[in-house]
Design a protein around this ligand. Structure first.
Ligand code: 4AD
Ligand code: MG
Length: 484
């Protein structure tokens, strides 16, 4: 008899046949006549129940069947008499693979706090909540590749170790083979990077965009999907030091096409999760409803998780310029009552409190903000012709803002004019020599093109309804956390 995961047994096995189930004990319950074991193997949120008659299992075996122990159970699949499951296994044999000492095993059959589970991140995938999140994360990643493949994009792998700072924000982790305590020095007393592995200063990539642009200028439609690293010391529920970014880049797309792509892309991915992760999403929806009950009435959210996801895929995103958004914010009740921690005026970078005000209070829909001031955006964004309605120079940027999250996507049309791009680089202090290869795309056969970056964990955060980004990646990297 071949072994099948529990998900498949529950779906396909015939009543009356012998099955073998393998997994970790979630609970053991003893009644007068029987012992009930709930087993889970991570393939589904649903446990399989196995039942033995009282006295059937040797006492020493029974003692080892505790929460967390790993077992193989063989028996007949029968219809269940109990509530909560339609089938169960009538046990004939039990093999203990690995016991879990109940006095030491940290996961017990009760709801542990997320803070506690973060401290035992190596074991938390064995909980219902985290296994559901990780399965949904997998489905979303698969849906990303499927979307791009279905739409004629090519997957481009961009370097992890790089000599450039794509965002020009200086938030990089250095990669070096030099001894940090006594690096070789040049005659002027500076670190001599010519002796470093790559012969120059290198870092972990903050974004694959610049190389993505090289790909778009050759293959037309490309996307990256890989780890990116930011050494910003942001200890928030929205930032990680290591996160996964999805970056499509498309030749001949202007800002409008870029917005259409972003909206269709996120909606399609979320729709995929709703179709393929129904059990896990229903579990997280219920979990969230329980959590909501503990909040004060005015803080409870109006929509449940599933309703929120349905809402996002069935409504058009609002599109407006940064300038119009500033007018809304400046004239908002929140600003007048002094409820914003950070002041808003034309030219400031929006804080997540402002983004969330627009999305959650004003429009009550996802929003795409465009045409930001040039001075708060990266050097590569295409400069707008002077727009009399704006109050200064703007660029063809777009940020997609989501309820509960704030910025989920950042992107733009790219500056394709060599002279304008190099003039801008000069203004912000980026040497042409450092990006000579990037500038070659503007020297030879330049073309309009656009792209964006979606923070994968922010998407997983939204789809799972979780509140902290450290809970939607298996091994979070944030300031002062690196046990593994
Ligand atoms: O807005 P960002 O910095 O844009 C870029 O890196 C562009 N090169 C993207 C492009 O146009 N190809 O980052 C893009 C997205 C953000 O909208 C956010 O979702 C996510 O990446 N992000 C982070 N996610 C988690 N932790 C962090 N520290 C993040 N920083 C950005
Ligand atoms: Mg951004």
């Amino acid at each position: 008899m071949s072994y099948l995961p529990i998900q498949q047994i529950l779906k396909t096995a015939q009543i009356g046949t012998d099955v073998t189930v393998k997994g970790w004990v979630r609970t053991k319950r003893e009644s007068k006549n029987a012992v009930f074991i709930a087993l889970n193997d991570g393939s589904t949120i649903n446990n399989i129940q196995a039942v033995a008659e009282t006295g059937q299992l040797p006492e020493e075996t029974l003692k080892l069947i505790t929460t967390g122990a790993c077992l193989a159970i063989t028996g007949k699949l029968v219809e269940s008499q109990g509530a909560g499951q339609s089938v169960e296994v009538k046990i004939s044999t039990v093999t203990i693979y690995g016991p879990a000492d109940p006095d030491k095993y940290p996961l017990q059959p009760k709801r542990h706090s997320l803070e506690f589970l973060r401290e035992i991140a190596h074991l938390r995938p064995r909980t219902n909540t985290f296994s559901a999140i990780l399965r949904i994360r997998h489905a979303l990643a698969f849906a990303v590749h499927k979307y791009f493949n279905d739409n004629g994009f090519f997957y481009l792998n961009t370097p992890i170790i790089t000599a450039s700072d794509a965002e020009g924000a200086g938030e990089m982790f250095r990669v070096t083979t030099l001894d940090a305590t006594k690096p070789p020095l040049t005659e002027e007393g500076k670190v001599d990077y010519s002796q470093d592995f790559f012969g120059r200063e290198t870092n972990l990539t903050v974004s694959g965009q610049l190389e993505g642009e090289l790909g778009a200028m050759a293959l037309g439609k490309v996307y990256t999907f890989g780890p990116t690293f930011r050494a910003e010391n942001s200890n928030t529920t929205r930032h990680l030091a290591e996160f996964w970014m999805i970056e499509p880049e498309v030749a001949f797309y202007e800002l409008e096409d870029n917005m259409n792509l972003a909206e269709d892309f996120v909606k399609t991915i979320i729709r995929y999760a709703l179709q393929h992760c129904a059990d896990d999403l229903a579990f997280l929806d219920n979990r969230l409803k329980d959590e909501e009950k503990t909040k004060r009435k005015e803080e409870q959210s109006e929509l449940g998780l599933l309703e929120k996801l349905q809402f996002v895929i069935s409504n058009e995103f609002v599109r407006l310029t940064y300038t119009d958004a500033i007018d809304i914010l400046v004239n908002s009740k929140a600003a007048k009552k002094g409820q914003f921690q950070y002041e808003v005026s034309w030219g400031v970078d929006l804080q997540s409190e402002h983004e969330r005000y627009l999305v959650e209070k004003h429009f009550k829909k996802p929003v795409i903000l465009t045409n930001y001031p040039r001075d708060i955006k990266a050097f590569y964004m295409k400069q707008d012709e002077d727009r009399p309605t704006d109050r200064g120079k703007t660029v063809r940027a777009m940020d997609v803002l989501f309820p509960g999250i704030g910025e989920i996507i950042g992107g733009s049309q790219r500056e394709d004019d060599f002279d304008k791009l190099t003039a801008r680089m000069h203004e912000v202090g980026i040497e042409q020599e450092a990006l000579w290869w990037y500038l070659d795309t503007r020297r030879f056969g330049s073309a309009p093109h656009s792209g964006f970056g979606l923070g994968f964990e922010r998407l997983v955060l939204f789809v799972t309804g979780m509140g902290n980004i450290r809970d939607v990646i298996p091994f979070p990297r944030a300031p002062k956390t690196a046990e593994f």
